[in-house]
Ligand binder design. Structure first.
Ligand SMILES: C[S@@+](CC[C@H](N)C(=O)[O-])C[C@H]1O[C@@H](n2cnc3c(N)ncnc32)[C@H](O)[C@@H]1O
Length: 242
């Protein structure tokens, strides 16, 4: 899988992609991340990438020409097989389901906006998707691009030590994950729940499933409408409702 990122601030990506699981995945050749400076694709000698908005108002808007040019030059003949995404607070919300869908792509190009945003012709005529990481507004698309790269990379084969880990995480089957504990079994009078100390795998699995259901019911009941539930799950949830 290869990510290309178009940004006015390439240096922002130096730290986050050097460390941790994403850094290791890059080192191991499981994913490639190439960051491109949009200024290199400006069409005038001042390397201008933004201009005042038509219709007035404050701030600046990112010009379309450097972005179209960058996408065309970076992708060339690979444009049709690449998913081109504009990060935008107006886009589809990034969900675990969408992260899985993106993880099936061979190549993704992410465009980071800045200022008041990006000339709308980019959204209308250049990109395949607009993606938002949440209902709030950030100063630029760089952090959202990092979020997309992180969420997708950890789903790629070989990236996580435990191959099945991503399938057990929150949102994987539509539920929040069960609570996790580690040693010590008792800490400041707070103990680890008994089933986890029992050594009985069936009992542990049952406890975890029920805790995942309880957590989701208490914290994100909206998720239950779309979750994959067995008859036993439904019966347990009915018990919680009473
Ligand atoms: C200050 S925002 C522009 C917001 C724009 N004026 C609006 O109201 O829709 C600048 C850039 O940050 C990025 N951005 C901000 N919030 C985002 C979010 N929640 N998800 C994805 N990208 C975001 C986008 O690339 C956007 O073009």
């Amino acid at each position: 899988m290869r990510f290309d990122i178009l940004t006015l601030f390439p240096e922002m990506f130096e730290g986050p992609f050097r460390k941790s699981i994403v850094g290791k995945a890059i080192e191991a050749g499981l994913v490639t991340v190439v960051v491109h400076n949009l200024r290199d694709y400006a069409t005038d000698k001042h390397r201008t990438t933004d201009d005042a908005p038509y219709g007035g108002g404050g701030g600046m808007v990112m010009k379309p020409e450097p972005i179209f040019r960058a996408v065309e030059r970076v992708l060339g003949e690979e444009r049709p097989s690449t998913r081109v995404i504009l990060l935008s607070p107006q886009g589809h919300l990034l969900t675990q389901e969408l992260a899985w869908e993106l993880a099936a792509q061979n190549r993704i190009l992410l465009i980071c906006g800045r200022y008041e945003g990006v000339d709308d012709r980019v959204g209308q005529h250049l990109v395949d998707d607009e993606i938002s990481i949440g209902d709030y507004v950030l100063t630029g698309g760089e952090i959202p691009a990092m979020v997309v790269v992180d969420a997708v990379t950890r789903l790629l084969p070989g990236v996580l030590g435990d191959a099945g880990a991503a399938m057990k995480d929150s949102h994987a089957g539509g539920l929040l994950e069960h609570p996790q504990y580690t040693r010590p079994a008792a800490f400041r009078g707070y103990s680890v729940p008994d089933p986890l100390l029992s050594g009985n795998h069936a009992k542990i699995a049952r406890w975890r499933r029920r805790e995942a259901l309880r957590r989701t019911f208490e914290r994100r009941p909206d998720l239950l409408k779309k979750a994959d539930l067995t008859e036993e799950d439904k019966e347990y949830l009915r018990g919680l409702e009473e």
